[in-house]
Design a protein. Sequence first.
Length: 318
Amino acid sequence: MQELRIDEVNNDLVIVANNRSKRPMDKIKNQTEEEIQVEYDLNCPFCRGNESYATIERYKIEDNSGWLTRSVDNKFPIVDELSDEIYGVHEVIIDTYRHNGTFYNMSELEFQDLFKTYKNRYKEFMKNESVQYVNIFKNFLRKSGASLTHPHSQIISLSIVPPEITKEEEVASKYFKENKTYLYDDIIKREIKYKKRVINDNKYFLTIVPYASKYSGEIRIIFKEKIKFEQISDDHIKELSKVFNKLFENLYRVNGYDPFNLCIHTHSKKLENNDEFNVHMHIIPRKYSFGGFELGTGMYVSSTNPEELANKLNFELD
């Protein structure tokens, strides 16, 4: 039986129709890309040793072997500092020097270096008075929007607050005014009590399959503490790295080498009460595309059972 659900964080209307996953599909060749085997590619601008192919380096973490992760100017930026209408800076963060390194096989230490780089660039971007929001995201494989195969993320500063973030903040502010409690605190409490949608619950983060999402199979990681992204400590980074390492190990076991997007939603500068909003991460699989129903109505159909997926991915931290 179909259900109509509302995504609490943004008020998206979602029809949960689990039977849709059983639709007959034409038998066509799977278009998923093959896993990369080589650690170094002579023609890749992001591989260690090919630095001359890339643009200006803005930050790096290194050891005796060379750089481990680094951030460089995006050669084809979405925004720049020249426009009078929308200002911003766009950098590419090279997740790891390994050409075949992915979230599916990165170590906890590699994730730690990556999150430290995210934090450094985010903090630097937020110092600019013209910047109202900083967006961190990752496209993995062509189907998710990636143009290069070497593992990389992106960070963009913006002189405006994106509509999706505005919507999330407005929903959270309205919830507080009406209930005198914070939306994310209540989501965390309810999900922990219900248990069945929880993938992992630890000191700093709650990882869940949300009750309703327009993206079938989406996973959310919610920061439990009311801190801004630039305030995350080394302890936060260590625990978050453990979560990502185990989560993507399980995702690979369940779904294989699938494309996905990572979107980190952080506080905008215009938010008056920062306690109303918790930093959270959306991990969005790109198995499915929106059809005419979604595009024509602004309503979304999910064919994923949240409880079943959470049960498959559930893990404890060591």
